[in-house]
Ligand binder design. Structure first.
Ligand code: DAH
Length: 336
């Protein structure tokens, strides 16, 4: 082993062997065979002194370089093997980590359920803007200017003639303006009221507006549709109670209660011992609304209703604080 070419040969051989090193024992063996004090490269270097003087310098430098390369490659492999040894063995008995799947917000789920039920009765879905003209939110719905009925709803007023819509009823007017009867529409969406925030009220909430205009629509149709809805949404035991009420855009007007879902009507904490829970406002569309959209109230009649989606969700799932819907706490949302 006195030729420079031999150094490269030796290094090649060592590198090939290093590739096959698979465990600690083989590592030790490799180290002493190639890199140790009595290893092949040490012997090679020791032989330098026996070479002719003009060869020594180059041979020594090359041999040293080769040894260093091998040492570096060996250390790299050793470190990787150590990492593997430190990692615990894979434990097949551990429970798997379930992937976190997103799902629809409970209010979206309830909205979709309502839409599905009314879809089965021939209602289409429509929507309207949340930033709404005073005209659509109030005037066209027969709220006269300065009429106290406007105070029924605490309004967020915007610049110009705009408000944040206080209910979904303006969608009635927008749809009637564009379409001729028969129209049968469901309009879910956000509404806003300038109310103090507490467990029962929030500055933003969701409503579903439903309305039907055609020749010969009667109050009996309204009752039939709402009763069919309640049976599907709450269950076949649910009973409805219609109370006379007032809305500027319906005549006659009614507020509708459902028999308490918890006690069935005998009185409990959920219904505050009433036996009934209010779910919506409704009525026969006022002739003034039809006039505003140039429908002939002598020929066309219709009903409308509006319900609070949070309210329905709170009843269905016994949720006692409306703020939970908007805090987006996953511990709450994951339950539905
Ligand atoms: N817009 C009313 C409210 O927010 C609810 C309502 C009552 C809607 C009667 C209607 C209706 O369509 O006919 O208080």
């Amino acid at each position: 082993m006195t030729e420079i070419a031999d150094i490269a040969k030796l290094l090649k051989e060592a590198q090939a062997e290093l590739k096959a090193v698979a465990d600690k024992a083989a590592q030790e063996q490799f180290k002493s065979r190639w890199l140790g004090r009595k290893g092949a490269f040490s012997l090679l270097l020791r032989g330098v002194k026996d070479l002719p003087p003009e060869k020594r310098k180059e041979f020594g430098a090359k041999a040293n370089q080769a040894r260093e390369n091998l040492q570096a490659a060996f250390e790299k492999i050793g470190a990787a093997k150590d990492d593997e040894a430190a990692a615990p063995e894979f434990d097949y008995t551990l429970p798997g980590r379930a992937p976190q799947l997103g799902k629809r917000h409970v209010l979206t789920q309830v909205t979709n359920e309502i839409v599905r039920i009314f879809y089965g009765m021939g209602f289409e879905v429509a929507d309207g803007p949340e930033i709404e003209l005073d005209y659509y939110n109030f005037s066209a719905l027969n709220f006269p200017p300065d009429h106290p009925a406007r105070d029924m709803q605490d309004t967020f007023f915007l610049d110009g003639d705009y408000v944040l819509r206080t209910h979904t009823s303006p969608v009635q007017v927008r749809v009637f303006e564009k379409r001729r009867p028969p129209v049968r529409i469901l309009a879910p969406g956000r509404s806003y009221r300038n109310e103090a925030i507490n467990a029962r009220s929030y500055c933003m909430f969701h409503q579903v507006e439903g309305f039907y205009a055609d020749t010969d629509v009667s109050f009996a149709d309204l009752k039939g549709v709402l009763i069919a809805f309640a049976e599907q949404f709450f269950g076949s035991e649910a009973k409805l109670r219609f109370r006379p009420s007032f809305f500027p855009f319906t005549e006659p007007s009614t507020e509708v209660d459902v028999s308490c879902l918890l006690c069935g009507g005998t009185g409990c904490r959920l219904c505050k011992d009433e036996g009934w829970l209010e779910i919506l406002g409704a009525g026969m569309i006022d002739p003034e609304v039809f006039r505003a959209v140039e429908y002939d109230p002598e020929r066309i009649s219709g009903f409308a209703f509006g319900m609070g989606i949070e309210r329905l969700a709170m009843m269905k799932y016994r949720i006692d604080d409306i703020r939970l819907f908007f805090e987006n706490d996953l511990r709450f949302l994951a339950q539905f």
